[in-house]
Structure formats: C-alpha cells, structure tokens
Design a protein around this ligand. Structure first.
Ligand code: ATP
Ligand code: MG
Length: 656
C-alpha cells in the first residue's frame, strides 16, 4: 500500500516523490518544509521500498530529530521500525561516527565533548601560556576565531588572524584532556574520511538518501561533510529558506544554499509557495519587511488564510510597563481575567499557544516577573549558553569528574564551586604545579606536599571535596542519576530545588536516563547535555506561556506571538559589535520571529530600558517602520501614558 499524499498540495507532492538525483526545495516559512521532509522519508520507505537504514534525515536540533521520528512513525502507522532511520543533527551524526571510528584519528574511546563554558576556560588558560599580554576578557573572541579556523580547514579562503602557537596549544590541551570541541564533531569525521576512504565508502554504501532540513544554515564543514557522505549513487534532497538564515555568527554560510545549483548542476529545483501558517496580514507584513534586504532571491508566498487582525503594537514608557502591558494582553487572550469590552475578536487561547520572543535573553526577566505576579504559568526556554545556570555550571563538571577525575577543566570548575575557597590564582598555581609534575590536578590533590601550598582554610575544603568525590564515585554505582545530582547539589551547597516544577530547566533532561544506576547512564546523559542547542528544552505540551529567543524559536509556530524589546540597539542588535553588514541578518531574524505567528502578532517596545547595568533611552526598532502602516494598530496604554507621556510625534513617526 503506498503512502497517502492527499493532504499535500501539488508542489509538496512533487517534492516528496521526486526521483531526481539532487533536489533543492526552496520555500518560505510555514510552507510545510519540515512536514514535506517527514512525508519524503515515509514515502521512500512505504512506496519505494527503500530500506530505513539507508536514509539519513538531518534536522537542526536533536529535539527536531525526535519530533521528526515521531511524525514519520505516525505516517507509517507505526508499522515500521523508524529506529533504523538515521535522524539527527550533523553534530550527532559526527559523534556517532567518532564513537565507532574515532581511534583512527587518535581519539581515546571515552572522549568527552567540551562545553561552551569549558571552552572559554580552556582558552583562558591557553592564552595565559601563549599570549600572556592578551586580556582574558577577550577569551570568547578567541574561541570564535578558533572555530572559524576549524571551519575553514579545507577551504582555500584564509581566515582569522589566529596565531599558530595559540591554535596548537589549544589542540594539544584538548588531546591531553581527552576532549573534543563542537567543531571537531564535524572536522574529525572529515579528516577520518580523507585519511580512510574505506570508512567513508562504508558510510556512502549505507546511506543512499540524504535529506537535510534548514539547509540555509549549514556551515563550511557541514557542507563538506555532506559532500563526502553523498556518494555517486546517493540522492541528496535539501530544503530551506535563504530568508531564514540566522546563524552566520556561528559560522553558517547561506552561500552554500544559494550556490547549490552550481555545485550540483543536474539539480531539480522545486518551490513551495503556499503558506499554511499565518493570517494574510501577518504574512504580508513579514514579506514587506524582508523585501528590504538586498542580498536575497525575491519570491512570493500565497496564503488562503483569512486576512486576520492587524499587527498590534504596544509602546510603553519603560521596561516594567512594557512587561505589564504584554501580560495584560495575555490575560485578555486567555479568556479574560479582567476582560475589557474594547477587546476585538472572540477567540481565546491556551497558555501554550502564546509565545514571547526576544532578541536578547537578558530581557526575559521583566516578562517572567510580570507573568509570575499575574499567576500565569510560563516556561523560560534556555540553552546552555543563553541561560547560564550556576547549578549546571558545577553539576556537569562534577559528573564529568566522577567519570574522569583527571579532567582538569572539570576539576577546576568544581573547585570554584567550593564557596569561593579556591580563587583563580590558587587554581592557576595548582594547575602549574600539576603540569610541572606531569600529572593532573586530581593527582596533585592527593599528594602530601599540597598541604604546604594551601592555607588551613583551603586544606579543610580540599579534604572534604576529595572524600565527597570518592563517596559519590561509589554511590553512583547504586543510585539513580537524579538521586546522584540531588546529592551533589546538597554536597556542594548549590541551592537548587529539585522537587516539583521548581527544578531548573536542564533537570528535565535526566528523564530518559532514569533506569538503572547513574554510573551506567552518565556518559549518554553528558553527551545529551553537550549536544544541547538553544531552545531544546522547549516543552510544547506544558500548559505555560513560552519565553524564548527568536533564534530558539526557529522552525516553531504559535497561534499568538509577542515580539518584545523591539528597540534600536537591541533589535537590530548592535550589542555584540554587529556592523551594518549584519543588518540583513538581523532583519532575517526579525522575519523569522514574525512568521512564527499563526493568528496574532504583537510587537512591543519601551522608551527606556535597564540593560547591562545601565538605563538606556531608545527609539523603536527601525524594522517596525518597515511594516505597512495600514497593517498595524497601536494598543493604547493608559497607565504608562499617565506615568510618562510618549510624544505624539515619536509615535506617528513610526508609520510615516
Ligand atoms: P519553517 O520555515 O518555519 O520551518 P516549514 O516550512 O517547515 O516552516 P511546517 O512547520 O512544516 O513549515 O508547516 C507549517 C504549518 O503548515 C504546519 O502547521 C503544517 O501542519 C501546515 N501544513 C503544511 N502543509 C500543509 C498542507 N498541505 N495542508 C495543510 N496544512 C499544511
Ligand atoms: Mg520547518
């Protein structure tokens, strides 16, 4: 029985059933790209008798991969074991290859993946050794340059003025610590393929169909990885939207998408033009904004949805007032606590149908506080880097130390967690001593001579830490991962509530690892944490309003979207030294945010904001003025207007 494609439109069916070798699907937001990929996978298995094990479907996040597997499974009425299909991110695919074949590129079998914060620490320590005059505060910049360098390993383009001495010292430390960084997850398999063509050929022989979602955001290494994986007999099926390319700051390069036709001359290009997500007003508004980008291939999108309501604009005098205004609107939307008669439209929405999106994570605080005050349930979605969490910063290194006590990076992180008893200078001294003796920090802590180096105050902490570590190493053989984490938090005095809904966002990640003793679950759990990308903790089933960055909202959709903090300097963001060339990327990000909305889109801004320790006055984002004025309605804010009147001229200038 072949797969039922009757729910798809003609272009989607064309994309699902195409028999050409290389297929490029260019499609705007909400045109069913992700859905079409799921259908294509199911179609190959059901209607074309393709073996599930010979299909790779690459998604942007691991969470998207999980959802994709469920969709394919449903399409196949659960009659086929979808576990055999390789569905995952480029990074998880690279990791799977390295776990099996990594020894060929010098990896020890139990290597771990360096987290972002560990990478910064490592670079700091390498900087002090190699470029002692370089301020440590610039470590993050060096991390980026290291990444750029790796990203261009096989390209002729010369990049970044990264001193070789720094690069080799960094690589040497990684090797010593038995760690690999995120870029290595793609770079090392590539090297492996080049040095061992037979391994590459085994992969090529296995995978005949390679499908890639969000192709516009692949970077140079991923591009080459894909090229290596797709042998002469393979079919490459990629789908994306150049207008939604938003990861240039992580090395993604939309050029690969734009020149796919040159790279694969026999390519068949299919366009999906029908948007199924948004009202016509939302779609047209978003299209008008993105049309301001010059570096794009113009294309049209159609929609058979209704016109819907205008885009609502909320303007507040200050950040707190903005949050109050947004929460007041949410109260109306959820069916009317303090319902006002002026409210147009009779729909009411569930908490989980509403999202608050922002450019910078720092802004979320005002909204979570206002929601809490109103008693509205909410979830703040964070990734490892966007939402630093002290418990995670220390618990994860502790878990890593349990597995490998000689991992100096993790060991020094837990030393810093010890009520600040070990400052950076002491830790650096201890690390130097360890290096002189060609040992690890852990070994230094076991040597009797250490007592001479530490004052009694620290010796006491040191003894306590070691005995605690040893105790945990024994206990993890018997207790569950959750119990282990709870005990560590207690032992390190990390004030982390683990009961009820109050637990930190990342604690949810332990759920699939509840069987058996922690010791057996730890390696895989740490891998999950290491591969985590921003937005992956989003729980669509939670009865809660969702707060997340626009980056994290990629690929998602919500009936109601509030885009908040829309002020110049924040969105478009100039906080991180983004120059004018990034304006187009910021606009694409704005476009991604707007096109997440199905029925209602609210934009909000504040005249003044407390951010990064200072009060700032700001004009509304220039992107708001790119929306056709007739598509916007301003929501009056009586309370704020009384507190600080917004000059009428300023308001009007948005729409003229
Ligand atoms: P994005 O660019 O944001 O990733 P997308 O192109 O991947 O979007 P999907 O998320 O796959 O779009 O689909 C958007 C919405 O449109 C979903 O709710 C999906 O169910 C719906 N949809 C897709 N195709 C059809 C169709 N043929 N008929 C009805 N609804 C559809
Ligand atoms: Mg999608």
């Amino acid at each position: 029985m072949s797969l039922d494609l009757s729910s798809l439109n003609y272009a989607q069916i064309d994309a699902v059933t195409a028999i050409d070798e290389n297929i490029l699907i260019i499609a705007g937001p909400g045109t069913g790209k992700t859905q079409t990929l799921a259908f294509r996978t199911a179609y190959l298995i059901r209607s074309k008798d393709v073996s599930p094990a010979s299909i790779i479907a690459i998604t942007f996040t691991n969470k998207a991969a999980q959802e994709m597997r469920e969709r394919v499974s449903n399409l196949l009425c659960n009659e086929c074991n979808t576990a055999d299909i390789w569905i995952g991110t480029f990074h998880s695919l690279g990791l799977a290859i390295l776990r099996e074949e990594g020894h060929r590129v010098g990896l020890r079998p139990d290597f771990l993946i360096l987290s972002e914060s560990e990478q910064i620490e490592l670079v700091k320590s390498v900087l002090s050794d190699t470029l002692p005059k370089e301020p440590l505060i610039r470590a993050k910049r060096w991390v980026q340059r290291l990444s750029e360098r790796k990203n261009h390993t096989f390209s002729s383009q010369s990049v970044s003025d990264l001193p070789d001495i720094l690069f080799s010292a960094y690589e040497h430390r990684l090797e010593e610590l038995n760690l690999i960084d995120f870029d290595d997850l793609i770079l090392k398999p590539l090297i492996l393929f080049k040095e061992n063509p037979e391994v590459r050929d085994t992969c090529r022989n296995r995978f005949c169909h390679l499908l890639v979602d969000e192709y516009q955001d692949i970077n140079n290494l991923q591009y080459q990885f894909l090229k290596e994986l797709s042998g002469p007999a393979a079919s490459l099926w990629v789908i994306g939207d150049a207008d939604q390319a938003i990861y240039a700051f992580r090395g993604a390069n939309v050029k690969h998408f734009l020149k796919f036709q040159q790279d694969y001359p026999d390519v068949r290009t299919i366009a999906l033009k029908e948007n199924y997500r948004s009202t016509r007003t939302i779609l047209t508004s978003a299209q008008t904004v993105i049309a301001h980008n010059s570096d794009r291939i113009p294309h049209t999108l159609t929609s058979s949805a209704s016109t819907g309501l205008p885009v609502h604009l909320l303007q507040a005098a200050n950040d707190k007032a903005e949050a109050r205004l947004v929460v007041k609107e949410i109260e109306k939307l959820i069916g009317g606590i303090r319902m006002e008669s002026s409210f147009e439209g009779s729909d009411s929405f569930g908490f989980n149908e509403i999202a608050i999106l922002y450019r910078l994570h720092h802004i979320s605080r005002f909204f979570s506080e206002a929601l809490k005050q109103s008693g509205i349930p909410y979830q703040v979605v964070g990734g490892v880097s966007s939402q630093p969490d002290s418990a995670m910063e220390y618990v994860v290194p502790f878990l890593k130390t349990l597995l490998n006590p000689h991992d100096d990076l993790s060991f020094s992180a837990i030393l810093q967690a010890m009520d600040n008893k070990f400052d950076r200078t002491t830790i650096t001294q201890l690390l130097d001593l360890a290096r002189d003796r060609e040992g690890s920090l852990y070994q230094i802590f076991h040597s009797p001579k250490i007592d001479g180096l530490l004052d009694p105050y620290r010796i006491d902490s040191d003894h306590k830490l070691l005995s605690f570590l040893h105790r945990m190493q024994k206990e993890m053989l018997a207790i569950s991962l959750r119990e282990l984490i709870a005990t560590i938090c207690q032992g390190l005095n990390l004030n982390m509530p683990l009961e009820d809904e109050n637990h930190p966002w990342w604690f949810l990640l332990t759920e699939p690892f509840s069987d058996g003793p922690a010791h057996d679950q730890l390696p895989e759990f740490l891998e999950t944490v290491a591969l985590l990308k921003e937005g992956e903790t989003y729980n669509s089933k939670a009865e809660a309003v969702t707060l997340m960055t626009v980056h994290a909202a990629k690929g998602l959709e919500f009936p109601v979207v509030f885009m908040v903090g829309l002020e110049s300097g924040i969105f478009p963001c100039t906080e991180f030294g983004e120059g004018p060339s990034d304006l187009e990327e910021e606009r694409r990000l704005f476009y991604v945010g707007m096109t997440r909305a199905k029925k209602r889109l609210y934009l909000s801004c504040s005249q003044s904001r407390h951010l990064f320790g200072e009060n700032r006055e700001a004009a509304p984002s220039s992107f708001i003025s790119e929306i056709p004025p007739e598509m916007i309605t301003v929501v009056p804010d009586h309370k704020s207007a009384k507190a600080k009147k917004i000059p009428a001229g300023k308001q009007r200038s948005l729409f003229t």
